[in-house]
Design a protein around this ligand. Structure first.
Ligand SMILES: Cc1cc2nc3c(=O)[nH]c(=O)nc-3n(C[C@H](O)[C@H](O)[C@H](O)COP(=O)(O)O)c2cc1C
Length: 382
């Protein structure tokens, strides 16, 4: 039997992923003043120990004022490096690669946690460094009618934010990460610059389409300049946002991103408006067509994400050439051992070596005693 594509290693520059399964970035809302906690170690660790190829850690902010909530991770200071390195080392011990998403929430900063209502926070809530939490954006346009109006960044300040992305990438390298992903999606700062809805600037960062792409490209260039040549660079885009940014725009941008050294586009959608993108009714693999289109038309490697749930569904996406990598978020919350489980179901010979021996050794013995165990239903008698 030929090896399923899902378990075929993938080389990205100097990094070899042991399989094509990626944990999509998932905010944990659990950092303390930007520092990771034991929760982050446990969270990245459980996926790493579950056999995935790559864990992409959550959107980690390149500036204090870019934090979306009080629980955001930060990389705006060298002090964060050793704390993240501890997590990187642990994930590596499991044989898994680890990346970190670099982000800035822009006009969507300064909100409560989702399960607390995601409402804008206010100065009277006792946040000790409130004054450092300036709400900034390309233009003074609120995210929605419940959100405060942000301050438009000056041209010089835009360039400073670009540099902040670069410095955060250098720190991510110092912490030992294998890859970084620039967060250019979901209505946050980079996406805001791309958007004709959120960006109505009149300097070189706004106005026509090329100007709106400039910030994203400068961020990618600056991150690339601060990130080793032998390590891959990912960028997440909202390929379609239903608010003036289209898949055709994403094709043009992806070609340019490839030219400045981005290796993989992580294909998401939406986030500029409160409602989901109307061209993609939510269902199994609803964003896969975006990954396929960018792969075909921009000639860049892509990662598919969004309601990819089953191993045969994931394998089919790869077999049909629609993406190079498969990312899962909520299904990983449901089953952090998803990769190991998929390997067993797909009959991968050394599936037990995907997980640390403290689990794998015992499970292999159990299966040797009862070969049908991993695939059987309760009806089976053997
Ligand atoms: C708890 C949670 C936190 C998330 N945090 C991030 C994040 O930090 N950055 C990001 O780009 N997307 C984030 N997402 C979106 C996911 O990466 C993913 O794109 C989305 O959940 C769709 O994939 P799924 O259907 O496999 O869950 C988050 C999703 C969840 C459920």
């Amino acid at each position: 039997m030929s090896l399923p594509l899902l378990f075929t290693p993938l080389e990205l520059r100097g990094l070899t992923l042991r399989n094509r399964i990626v944990v999509a970035p998932m905010h944990q809302y659990a950092a303390v003043k930007g520092f990771p906690t034991d929760w982050h170690l446990m969270n990245a660790g459980r996926y790493a120990a579950g056999g995935v190829g790559l864990v992409m850690m959550e959107s980690t902010k390149v500036e204090r004022r870019g934090c979306g909530t009080v629980g955001d991770l930060g990389l705006w200071d060298d002090a964060f490096i050793p704390h993240l390195q501890r997590i990187v080392d642990f994930v590596h011990q499991c044989g898994t690669a680890v990346g970190i998403q670099l982000g800035h929430s822009g006009r969507k900063a300064r909100t409560g946690r989702p399960w607390e209502g995601s409402r804008p926070l206010t100065a009277d809530m006792g946040i000790d460094d409130w004054d450092a939490w300036d709400l900034v954006a390309p233009s003074a346009i609120a995210a929605d009618d419940k959100s405060p109006v942000p301050r438009a960044l000056s041209t010089a300040e835009v360039r400073e934010v670009v540099e902040a992305f670069g410095r955060a990438a250098a720190r991510a390298n110092a912490a030992g990460f294998d890859t970084v992903e620039i967060h250019g999606a979901h209505g946050f700062l980079v996406h805001e610059f791309l958007s004709p809805t959120a960006n109505q600037r009149t300097d070189q960062y706004g106005g026509n389409e090329a100007n709106r792409r400039r910030f994203a490209l400068e961020v990618a260039e600056c991150v690339r300049a601060n990130w080793p040549q032998d390590k891959p660079l990912f960028m997440r885009l909202s390929v379609d946002d239903d608010a003036g940014w289209s898949p055709a725009d994403s094709v043009v941008l992806s070609r340019e991103l490839k030219a400045v050294g981005v290796d993989v586009i992580d294909c998401s959608a939406g986030g500029m408006l409160a409602r989901p993108v109307s061209s993609t009714p939510i269902g199994y693999g609803y964003q896969v067509p975006f990954a396929q289109r960018l792969r075909e038309e921009a000639g860049i490697q892509t990662m598919a994400v969004g309601l990819i749930v089953h191993h045969d569904q994931a394998e089919q996406i790869l077999r049909e050439g629609k993406a190079d990598l498969i990312a899962l978020a909520r299904e990983m919350l449901h089953n952090p051992n998803w990769a190991f489980d998929a390997a067993c179901k797909m009959g991968i010979e050394d599936s037990f070596s995907l997980i640390p021996p403290a689990g794998g050794w015992w499970l292999q013995k159990r299966m040797a005693a009862m070969p049908s165990l991993m695939t059987s239903t309760h009806e089976r008698k053997d």
